[in-house]
Design a protein around this ligand. Sequence first.
Ligand SMILES: [Zn+2]
Length: 213
Amino acid sequence: MNIIIFGAPGAGKGTQSDLLAKNFSLKKISTGDLLREEINNKSDLGKKIKDLIEKGQLVSDEIIIDLIENIFKDQNKNFNFVFDGFPRTLKQAEILEKKLKNYNEKIDFVFNLEVNRDEIIKRISGRIFCTKCNKIFNNHFNSPLSSEHKCGDSYLKKRADDTVEVVEKRYDTYIKQTAPLIKFYIEANNLHTVSGLSSINEIFGQITSLIKQ
Ligand SMILES: [Zn+2]
């Protein structure tokens, strides 16, 4: 079984893909992890990727597809993946479909974890973390002041890019980038939209029941 999960930054996509991986014995493929792994391997490709990232350039569709193809080659017909943050472009989606077809495989489910813009902004712009114990809080939902956090206010800090402006921009870019992909999977007839506003367990319950239908 192969699954793709879409969701804006802050929608809870990482949590749900971890749950899917654990409960359905799937291997999680996240583009970020793949890139980091290749860089750590210090391969020629890894060096090229490191160079691109350091220059602030985007890693091309071709490179990402090559990394995915390497994993497919090693699978030995055991295709059970959850793709997190991939495909990111229509081209990647089309190539992914072709590559899977070569192994007589397909994408079985695509879940679109939907959370509206205002909620995402609240979730991320309210985020605050403690530099002493590394716990993450949220001024809107889980205030460090009302919880049993003992380190003291002086350790609380916001990530520099968790501002409303940056979050808005990130969300809008995500929606713009994902729209053609959503359309592609609606046409392929395997897109399921799930509200990301419920609790982690409720969302996972919904996803599970869609899989088991
Ligand atoms: Zn703390």
